[in-house]
Design a protein around this ligand. Structure first.
Ligand code: ADE
Length: 256
């Protein structure tokens, strides 16, 4: 197994490269790829930057140039429903591109000529990610997140959710907009800007993948402010510990 780990922003992956054994940096297509061992897993870490094209380019390069066999996307997202709270964790079971609209040629949200609106993540990786997130919440959360930050974001008893994630080249920052998306996609858990692009690339290349997101904001009028604060002070702690727990879990069970 060689695991590609993508995040959009530095803060969503902070600490991982430092945790790598014998890291080796290669530049390609204006990105730095760090190759090495993460808790005994052969890994390649890279920042995609924001958006679907950036994510698709990065995922494709990881597979075609760096030979990764599995891809993990880790980062933050806006809440897709009122029941999802800042600090909760979402593991994607399926992903949709909510800005895809080739009507009247194809049905709304369908990726033309694939016949698909929803792309499923790898079931086994999803289970491993959910286990890793549960272990993070139970074992690491209390020590990893500063009490002051916990108070600022009212992070009390964060929960894990599994289900639908919607991506687009759009930062969702309006109450009515997120409500409309919730109505268009029943069961929507989170909105972000990369996951479904990685999902399409992995579907087309036959690569198992997983997407895990920490909720940074409510995708409403306060989203940009909350997002910046959360990403700076909390997101990197979540990402580091979840990836660590994921790698330890793989060592214990071994992915097919
Ligand atoms: N990533 C984090 N918050 C987001 C939001 N509100 N919209 C899109 N992507 C996000």
């Amino acid at each position: 197994m060689r695991l590609g780990i993508i995040s959009a922003l530095h803060e969503e992956q902070q600490g991982l490269v430092e945790a790598m054994e014998r890291p080796y940096k290669l530049m390609h297509g204006m990105r730095e790829y760090f190759l090495g061992q993460l808790w005994e897993i052969d890994a390649v870490c890279v920042l995609s930057r924001i958006g679907k094209v950036a994510a698709a380019m990065t995922a494709t390069t990881l597979v075609e140039k760096f030979g990764v066999t599995h891809i993990l996307f880790t980062g933050v997202a806006g809440a897709g429903a009122p029941s999802i709270r800042v600090g909760d964790i979402v593991v994607a079971e399926s992903l949709v591109q909510h800005d895809m609209d080739a009507r009247p040629l194809f049905p709304r949200f369908e990726v033309p000529l694939t016949g698909l609106t929803h792309f499923s993540s790898d079931r086994h990786m999803g289970l491993q990610l959910a286990d890793a997130a549960q272990r993070f919440l139970a074992q690491d959360f209390a020590a990893a997140i500063d009490p002051q930050e916990r108070a600022v974001f009212a992070l009390s008893g964060p929960r894990l959710h599994r289900g639908l994630v919607a991506s687009a080249d759009e930062f969702v920052s309006g109450r009515e907009r997120i409500q409309a998306l919730g109505e268009a996609f029943p069961g929507l858990l989170a909105v972000e800007m990369e996951g479904a692009a990685v999902a399409q690339v992995c579907f087309e290349l036959g690569i198992p993948f997983g997407v895990i997101r920490t909720i940074s904001d409510n995708a409403n009028e306060n989203a940009a402010t909350d997002f910046m604060r959360f990403v700076k002070s909390v997101a990197s702690r979540y990402a580091f510990h979840i990836v660590r727990q994921f790698c330890l879990g793989i060592n214990a069970s071994s992915l097919p």
